[in-house]
Write a protein that binds this ligand. Structure first.
Ligand code: DP6
Length: 330
C-alpha cells in the first residue's frame, strides 16, 4: 500500500474564470488570477493498494456516490494512467478520504481546495516528486479553479493555447508574504442552494450569451493590469478592478438564455454598503463568485469595520481570511 496526505487552501478569483473552450480537459477561454485563502483548508489522503477493485471515496465523513464520486475517481484514474505510462507500474484500487475545516455554510465552495489536495496527494502516493506545474494541470482536470490552489499567495492561471492543455496551468505571481495587510472577508448572506452550479452556468453562458466574447477578451486584458496593481499593493486599484470584473462576469451570465442571476437582495445590500463605507473613508471592495455570498477586500486597519458592515446587513457568518500558502504534503 502507498499512501500520501496533502492539504490545500481554497482561493478567491479577482479576475474570474468563466467559460471553457474544452469541457473534458477543462481549458478556459481566458486567464484568471486569484488569492489563495488561509487559514481555510482541505486535507485529503490517498492510498493505493496493489489489488484492483472499485475506488472508495469518503468526503467529510460520508461515502460519496454518483457525480461527486465520479469526478474524484476520474482524477485518480489519470494518475494511474500516468504511472503505467511513465513509471511502468500498476496501481490498484484507491481509497480517498477528504475533509475540509470550513463548512459549506462558510459561503465558499470547497472544490478548488479539494481537487488541489487530491491532485497533490494522489501524485505523491503514486511516487511522483512534487512538481507544481504538473499538479496544477492535474488539479485543473478535476475543477478549473483548483489549478490555482496548488500555490500560495497570488496565482495566475494562464489560459494556454494548445489543444492538449499542456500550457494551461497556474503559476504564482506574488508569494504569500507579498501583501500581509490584505484581508478577505467571506460573508454568508444566503444559505439557499444555488439553482445553477458554476459548471452548468458557465456552459450556458458560453453557448447563449451574446456578451460572452467581450467578457473573455476583457478578462484576458484585465489580468495584466491586475498584476501591475498587485505589484504596488494598491488596494483602491485592485478593489476597483475586482468589482468591475465581478460585475462583468455576472453581466455576461445575465445575458444567457435563460438568464443566470446569482445575486440576492442581501448581496446587493452588501455591495451598496461597500460604496457607502468607501465614501466615509473605509477601504472596502467586493468580489462575487457564481453565488450570492460576497467576499470583501480590505486591509487589516479596516477589517473590523468591514466585518461589521456585513454582519449589520444580516450575514449569518463572516470568515476572516489572509493570503494563504502552498498546498503541502503532510
Ligand atoms: C465563478 O472551477 O468550480 O468561482 O471548472 O467547472 O469545476 P469547473 O468550475 P469551477 O468554477 C469557478 C468559477 C468561479 C470563478 C473562479 O473561481 O475563477
Amino acid at each position: 500500500m502507498s499512501t500520501a496526505t496533502a492539504t490545500a487552501h481554497p482561493n478567491i478569483a479577482l479576475v474570474k474564470y468563466w467559460g471553457k473552450r474544452d469541457e473534458r480537459l477543462i481549458l478556459p477561454h481566458q486567464s484568471s488570477l486569484s488569492v489563495t485563502l488561509g487559514p481555510l483548508s482541505v486535507t485529503t489522503q490517498v492510498a493505493f493498494e496493489a489489488a484492483s477493485g472499485p475506488d472508495l471515496v469518503r468526503i467529510n465523513g460520508r461515502s460519496v456516490e454518483g457525480r461527486e464520486r465520479t469526478r474524484v475517481v476520474e482524477l485518480v484514474g489519470l494518475v494511474r494512467a500516468a504511472v503505467r505510462a511513465r513509471l511502468r507500474r500498476r496501481l490498484g484500487r484507491a481509497t480517498v478520504v477528504s475533509s475540509g475545516d470550513f463548512p459549506a455554510s462558510a459561503g465558499l465552495a470547497s472544490s478548488a481546495a479539494a481537487f488541489a489536495a487530491l491532485a497533490v496527494a494522489a501524485r505523491a502516493a503514486a511516487g511522483f516528486p512534487r512538481h507544481p506545474r504538473e499538479e496544477s494541470i492535474l488539479a485543473r482536470q478535476g475543477s478549473g479553479s483548483a489549478s490555482r490552489s496548488i500555490q500560495g499567495g497570488f496565482v495566475r492561471w494562464n489560459r494556454g493555447r494548445r489543444a492538449d492543455g499542456r500550457d494551461s496551468f497556474a503559476e504564482q505571481v506574488f508569494d504569500q508574504g507579498h501583501w500581509p495587510e490584505l484581508r478577505l472577508l467571506v460573508g454568508l448572506v444566503s444559505r439557499e442552494e444555488k439553482e445553477v452550479n458554476s459548471r452548468d452556468g458557465m456552459r450556458s453562458t458560453v453557448e447563449t450569451s451574446p456578451y460572452y466574447p467581450a467578457w473573455a477578451r476583457d478578462a484576458e486584458a484585465e489580468v495584466k493590469v491586475l498584476v501591475r496593481h498587485l505589484a504596488r499593493r494598491d488596494l483602491e486599484a485592485v478593489g476597483a478592478l475586482a468589482e468591475r470584473n465581478a460585475w462583468r462576469m455576472h453581466a455576461t451570465a445575465l445575458g444567457a438564455e435563460p438568464p443566470l442571476c446569482y445575486l440576492k437582495p442581501q448581496t446587493l445590500a452588501v455591495i451598496e454598503a461597500c460604496r457607502v463605507a468607501r465614501s466615509r473613508g473605509v477601504g472596502v471592495w467586493f468580489t462575487l463568485d457564481a453565488g450570492p455570498n460576497p467576499v470583501l477586500l480590505t486591509l487589516a486597519r479596516d477589517e473590523a469595520r468591514a466585518a461589521a458592515l456585513i454582519s449589520r446587513l444580516g450575514a449569518a457568518s463572516v470568515v476572516h481570511c489572509v493570503p494563504g500558502g502552498d498546498a503541502q504534503v503532510r
